[in-house]
Design a binder for this molecule. Sequence first.
Ligand code: OGA
Ligand code: MN
Length: 211
Amino acid sequence: MSEFPAVLANGFNAIADDLVVRGWSMQPQLLPAELGLALEAQCRQLWQADALTPAAIGRGSDEQVVPDVRGDYTRWLDDCPDHPATADFLGFMAGLRLALNRTLFLGLDTFECHFALYPPGAGYSKHMDRFQDNPLRTVSVVAYLNSQWQPGDGGELRLHLPEGVRDVDPVAGTVAVFLSDSILHEVLPSRCERASLTGWFRRRPDNPLLR
Ligand code: OGA
Ligand code: MN
């Protein structure tokens, strides 16, 4: 990973190790602070400008907005104005993708990603990220952008694991990574405006390793 500082390369390799051993990883302070602040500002500006739309559940003709199940507002990155911070973030994610491919041979090919804002009271009920009709989502990544987050603010990511639940604080700099088809998770109701970037590494449709 010569193009990334050693600290990032170490973080990416730690994620790969965790994914093999237990299917999920949580890395505090992985996203560089300055980049996190720039992305947080962009996410909050989009929210204030009414440029985020209520997230839907289901697919195709079943798609519907059900705020009791999923209360966040999102915008896909490729639908956002070009911005140096989002370009840097995509470079960061390309580094993680290459590190995972090099170590785990996952054949991750593309990255789809959206800003998400959970207003006070919003959460996302227990779910899995891989849709039955779309087997390509392989690794889920959430980068948290809440520089002011405090215990008691809510909005933790709750992972449902064989050994019990594990909560991840949505504090700026933390990056959570997990296998899209096997880790059940939810977002606990947030008491503040909770900002994040959520994305998925996808495998190629013709990947012969696809199950
Ligand atoms: C999702 C999701 C988790 C989080 O958007 O599918 O589970 O912590 N997000 O934001
Ligand atoms: Mn999810």
